[in-house]
Design a protein. Structure first.
Length: 401
């Protein structure tokens, strides 16, 4: 079905949606505020229905060619002694680390590479106004000329400014009181093929993960009662982290010393997006902009890929976009609701306040490596990533090999 669709956001959901729209005979334009693709970012995984969507795109092997080769995760103490280990086959292969782990930037790059010949990408610009006229949407941009599209889809992040142009009155953010800083640091002799999770007293976590580029991906996660740290400038955020982690021990000094030189420092407040409706008129939302489940769920990539696939498929099925949007929401709501079942206590259990609590956490983690107990533990880790019956949609364009 011939439609022109403007997509805001060129990370995961946006390019995936553009791909499927093209397969169904629609014309997609992707606008991205950043001047180019954002190469940074931490490790994401392809599991469950999200992996199925990648397979249907013909990209499974290309994704495998880009994996980080991470072998699992060690829980370590302040002397770097391993207290528990979870390999890629732990927790029935659906645990902390799985076989298909790759960098967010590499997945975004793969999707862009796979769509750039058929999709118009506009970098360095953003939507500033949306006027739904009933038979189309008039769009104004910060830099480019005004344009008109049949439909608009918002595929930005949790804190999308563009979403607020349409959905501000029905959007609710659920906060976990958790902050995380992500950045890339030089690889050290102590960095192997296993991720290392370290807890410091005061509800502070340091996570070091290997990548496939000869560097290490670091993250600093901590519970903190004061809101608004994500709105500080990067230098102020880094100053705060140096103070907050000054006595954390283990390899934390190395992480703090190299933080300022990182090319991709990113700091965020962890939360979920609860949007009462995912569409209004001729505008819809997908991925984190519509239903961010937070990194705590382990489901962000799957939700983005599956949501894009279903939204494009339903638009191909229905002549009326309103019917398509309703069908998309009907199919996706149960999957999203399951993914968003993250208990508020989860980050508190994962980041104890005291040394006694940390020892207890490591003991529980060690027990969970037992195959019998691990089957029970899977019920308390990631939500089911395949808890959706994916429809099959006829395509106008053949999927490339």
């Amino acid at each position: 079905m011939s439609r022109t669709v403007l997509i805001s956001g060129a990370s995961i959901a946006g390019p995936a949606l553009a791909y499927w729209l093209h397969q169904h005979g629609m014309t997609a334009t992707v606008i991205e505020r950043a001047p180019e693709l954002r190469p940074g970012g931490q490790t994401v995984d392809l599991r469950g229905a999200g992996r199925t969507v990648i397979e249907r795109m013909g990209l499974e092997q290309a994704a495998r060619d880009r994996v980080t080769h991470e072998e699992g995760m060690h829980f370590v103490d302040d002397r770097n002694r391993i207290r528990a280990s979870f390999g890629t086959d732990s927790l029935d292969g659906d645990g902390f680390v799985i076989e298909l782990e790759l960098l967010r930037g590499e997945l975004a790059g793969l999707l862009h590479q796979h769509t750039r010949d058929d999709v118009d990408y506009v970098f360095g610009d953003e939507i500033t106004g949306l006027t739904d006229t009933g038979d189309g949407v008039d769009v104004t941009f910060r830099n480019g000329a005004d344009r008109r599209f049949d439909l608009v889809v918002l595929a930005d992040g949790l804190r999308s400014r563009t979403r607020d142009l349409v959905f501000a009155d029905i959007a609710r953010t659920r906060s976990f009181g958790l902050y995380t800083a992500y950045f890339t640091i030089p690889r050290d002799a102590s960095d192997g093929r296993w991720a290392r999770w370290y807890n410091a007293p005061g509800r502070r976590v340091v996570l070091l993960r290997p990548d496939n580029q000869g560097t290490t991906r670091a993250s600093l996660s901590f519970l903190y009662p004061q809101p608004g740290l994500e709105r500080l400038q990067a230098l102020a955020q880094q100053d705060f982290l140096r103070r907050h982690y000054a006595d954390a021990g283990w390899e934390t000094p190395r992480v703090l010393d190299t933080m300022a030189d990182s090319p991709d420092f990113y700091f965020e407040s962890i939360g979920q997006m609860h949007l009462k409706h995912w569409s209004r008129g001729r505008t819809a939302a997908v991925g984190d902009a519509a239903y961010c489940a937070s990194p705590l769920s382990g489901m962000g990539t799957s939700l983005a890929l599956v949501g894009a696939y279903v939204l494009a498929g339903e638009l191909s099925r229905h002549t009326d976009h309103s019917d398509a949007f309703r069908a998309y929401e009907t199919i996706m709501r149960p999957y999203v609701a399951q993914a968003q079942k993250v208990n508020w206590i989860a980050p508190r259990l994962a980041s104890p306040k005291t040394r006694t609590g940390i020892r207890l956490l490591n003991t529980i983690a060690s027990l969970a490596t037992n195959p019998k107990i691990s089957r029970l533990a899977t019920r308390f880790t990631n939500p089911p990533s395949d808890a959706i019956d994916l429809p099959t949609y006829p395509q106008t364009q053949p999927t490339p090999p």
